[in-house]
Design a protein around this ligand. Structure first.
Ligand code: NAD
Ligand code: WQD
Length: 336
């Protein structure tokens, strides 16, 4: 491998970060992970190492710990940071808004200070389609109005604005905020994937737990939405496609100041389409029952993915069937 420089991945042991680390390495960069493992497992580091064919370094640290961040940047020359570290559970953010502000927003401030101390000028940031609030029009392009409908979403808006100020305050700083739609799936090797603790909030991990018999049935949040089958429509994107989008952003960072770019497929799928695709592809049943709508949900949300194609030369390649297949393969892997 012809190494091109070190990319520091905060939150690199998480669901998305682990896949980004693999793609970053495949593109010839050296990924270094930084994680406090608050929502991930240490064993992921070994799995990433297995996938990239050599040891991957992981710094165990909290992004809010200024001393630890200073030490991290002091220990390694970093070309760019991919900043994925963050808490993401919407319901928890409503119960503990201060925790979300502290972890996500103040954590990013501390990270930026450490980057400044060592002259690190490039960042790819994990933003979210949540910054668009309730969709006013579809597909959602990057000029769609912004609003926060929960404290988690507010942290993403706050951080995007903080990154505007950071870029303006220094010379030659480059940021790309990637606004993810609904990442699902797992690496084709089934070595890394999504394993949330406790009862999942999101559709895909819930479907998987029902299919495994760990939960009795899926509650479908609303069968009376103004959509063709009455269930909510979202833009599910395979996590490996999403990870490749980060590499594309990294390659073009130096031509950006702070750009915001959607990462989605541009195609929506309803809850029932997801359930039926999962059953068909994997040959398992997913019992479900209709439930009332969930507070804060929208009928439909899917991306205009055109800017990513024009600006990054990237578009999603994998479809719903691959997402279902890989999620199930990871959930039923033999851990040996
Ligand atoms: P995840 O929970 O699997 O990964 C987040 C990682 O960050 C974990 O490994 C966790 O231990 C680490 N982390 C959290 N706070 C930290 C801190 N203070 N210091 C150091 N490490 C810390 O979640 P994910 O799905 O991989 O999400 C990654 C990023 O993408 C998050 O910022 C999330 O908000 C964003 N995002 C996720 C989704 C999604 O649906 N998964 C959608 C849009 C945006
Ligand atoms: C998808 C669809 C539900 C669970 C969340 C965050 C958002 C962003 C992406 C991080 C909806 C339905 C779900 C269930 C169901 N994340 N559903 N039964 O709500 O689009 O977005 O992830 O930035 O901020 O809010 O994703 O997976 O929770 O829901 O019927 O048990 O599945 O109503 O239509 P969502 P989700």
């Amino acid at each position: 491998m012809n190494a091109r420089g070190i990319i520091l991945l905060t939150g690199g042991a998480g669901f998305i970060g682990s896949h980004v680390a693999v793609e970053v390495a495949a593109a010839g960069w050296i990924p270094v992970l930084l994680d406090n493992f608050c929502t991930s497992e240490r064993s992921v580091v070994g799995r990433i190492s297995e996938l990239v064919g050599g040891p991957v370094r992981c710094i165990e640290a909290d992004i809010r710990d200024a001393q630890a961040m200073h030490a991290a940047f002091g220990s390694t020359p970093v070309h760019a940071v991919i900043h994925l570290a963050g808490l993401k559970a919407v319901g928890e953010s409503v119960e503990q808004p201060e925790l979300y502000h502290d972890n996500n927003v103040r954590g990013t401030e501390v990270l930026l200070t450490a980057m400044d101390e060592f002259g690190v000028r490039r960042m790819v940031f994990s933003s979210s389609c949540t910054v668009y609030g309730t969709p006013q029009r579809l597909p959602i392009d990057e000029s769609h109005p912004l609003s926060a409908i929960n404290p988690y979403g507010q942290t993403k808006l706050d951080i995007e604005r903080m990154l505007d100020r950071w870029v303006d305050a220094g010379s030659e700083r480059h940021v790309c905020s990637l606004r993810y739609f609904n990442p699902v799936g797992a690496h084709a090797s089934a070595l890394i994937g999504e394993s949330p603790r406790g009862i999942p909030n999101n559709l895909m991990p819930y479907v998987v737990k029902v299919a495994r018999g760990e939960l009795s049935e899926l509650g479908v949040f609303g069968g009376d939405w103004p959509t063709p089958d009455g269930t909510g429509i979202r833009d599910y994107i395979h996590v490996v496609d999403l990870a490749r989008g980060h590499v594309a952003a990294l390659e073009r960072l130096d031509s950006m100041r702070h750009e915001r770019i959607n990462l989605g497929t541009g195609v929506g799928a309803s809850v029932l389409e997801v359930v039926h695709a999962f059953e068909r592809v994997n040959g398992v049943k997913v019992p479900y029952a209709m439930r009332p709508r969930r507070a804060g949900d929208a009928a439909s949300a899917f991306a205009d993915a055109g800017l990513a194609e024009r600006r990054l030369g990237w578009r999603a390649r994998l479809g719903l069937d691959e997402m279902m297949r890989d999620s199930w393969a990871f959930a039923t892997r033999d851990d040996g």
